[in-house]
Design a protein around this ligand. Structure first.
Ligand code: MRU
Length: 367
């Protein structure tokens, strides 16, 4: 999508082909900083520190990490150890393991001297697949939104924009391009459908600021809200649909996504507002029977104790709002039960959040 009017992706190979470049998401929206990552170690650290984040982007970044590692050393032991390093970075987004499995399947049978080139090609292929999957999610999602807009006389005054609430950042910054939850919103906007996005702040890391930034850069009207405002806005009829992304969808349709998603799903159900989850195939974990077995990442308490932004001098600054010793708990994701999900939007179409719904779209999936 666009930054300053220029088409931009969240990750791309450097011009000299020796590294990848990413947008450092820890300083957005205050600064736009491009980082060059040329080793698997720097990629692993960028994932861990959330300079790259969002399930699909984590997967693609890890694939490039393997490719860079293979340039250094491509024997079986190196392949195994770089996979272990990357697999250990973040536990919830299953796209990471999907990408590593894909690379392992391609590389393991090859002689060592062919692995670096094959890995780079496969990482690039994964990136392009992600773009196409997200584009297709946009196509299917916009049809849902069109139908919703056509029923608008029952929802609010005709002629007003469709009001779509989202959580965290599931836009192009979290993928390679287009995004998952934001893909239908971008597709609707690009097709001339009037939309306005309610963007929840998403404490403690405020990924909602990334969402507001990328929507604004593309020209999509949006309004930031405190996380705690979501229930009230839904209850008073100020929202026509909620669309979120996912870090892992279990075989029964339970959804792991950014902490706070579950509260929105509960409020949407109470208000009779549809609650959609948009995600591509690599986010669906058919090996995971139900949400309760999805590992939930617990992140540092400092994410709650410290606030980040710009100081009075216009420089990046942090502010301590709690002492180091303050007890905090910081689960990064929650599970929304399938029963609260109105539908899942994938690159293959829209399905019910159920084993039958998911299997219907992916009959070939194992197990
Ligand atoms: O901790 P993050 O910022 O990586 O979490 C991101 C999310 O929860 C997104 O909603 C999810 O990955 C879907 S991204 C297209």
């Amino acid at each position: 999508m666009k930054v300053n009017g220029v088409h931009t992706r969240a990750i791309w190979p450097s011009a000299d082909g020796q590294a990848v470049e990413i947008i450092d998401q820890t300083v957005l929206p205050h600064a736009f900083r491009v980082l060059r990552l040329s080793t698997v170690e720097t990629i692993a650290e960028a994932i861990r520190q959330m300079q790259v984040r969002g399930a699909p982007l984590i997967g693609v970044s890890a694939a490039y990490g393997v490719a860079l590692a293979m340039r250094h050393s491509a024997d079986d032991a190196s392949l195994t150890s770089c996979m272990a390093l990357l697999a250990d970075t973040r536990p919830t987004a299953v796209n990471l393991h999907w990408a590593l499995r894909r690379l392992d399947t391609v590389l393991r049978p090859l002689p060592a001297d062919q692995r670096a080139a094959a890995a780079w090609l496969e990482a690039a292929r994964l990136a392009e697949e992600d773009v196409e999957q997200c584009r297709a999610i946009g196509r299917h999602g916009v049809e849902l939104l069109r139908r919703l807009a056509e029923s608008r006389p029952f929802l609010s005054r005709p002629g007003e924009p469709l009001r779509i609430m989202t959580h965290c950042n599931a836009g192009w910054l979290a993928t390679v391009d287009h995004g998952t939850a934001l893909a239908p919103i971008y597709a609707a906007f690009d097709a001339g459908l009037a939309v306005n996005a309610w963007v929840s702040e998403t404490r403690p890391r405020n990924q909602g600021l990334l969402t507001a930034w990328e929507l604004s850069e593309h020209g999509v009207p949006n309004t930031l809200i405190a996380d705690n405002a979501a229930g009230w806005l839904l209850a008073r009829g100020a929202c026509d649909a909620v669309i979120v992304g996912a870090d892992r969808i279990a075989a029964n349709g339970d959804v792991a996504n950014k902490i706070g998603t579950y509260l929105k799903a509960l409020a949407a159900r109470a208000a009779g507002v549809p609650f959609y989850v948009a995600a591509p195939r690599p986010t669906i974990d058919f090996c995971c029977a139900a949400g309760e077995t999805i590992p939930i990442e617990e992140r540092s308490g400092d994410e709650l104790r410290l606030l980040h932004g710009l100081g009075d001098d216009g420089r990046l600054a942090s502010l301590r709002q709690l002492p180091l010793t303050a007890a905090v708990v910081n689960p990064a994701f929650d599970i929304t039960p399938a029963a609260l999900v109105s539908a899942i939007i994938t690159e293959r179409g829209v399905c019910e959040a159920s084993p039958i719904g998911l299997r219907g779209l992916y009959p070939e999936a194992e197990p």
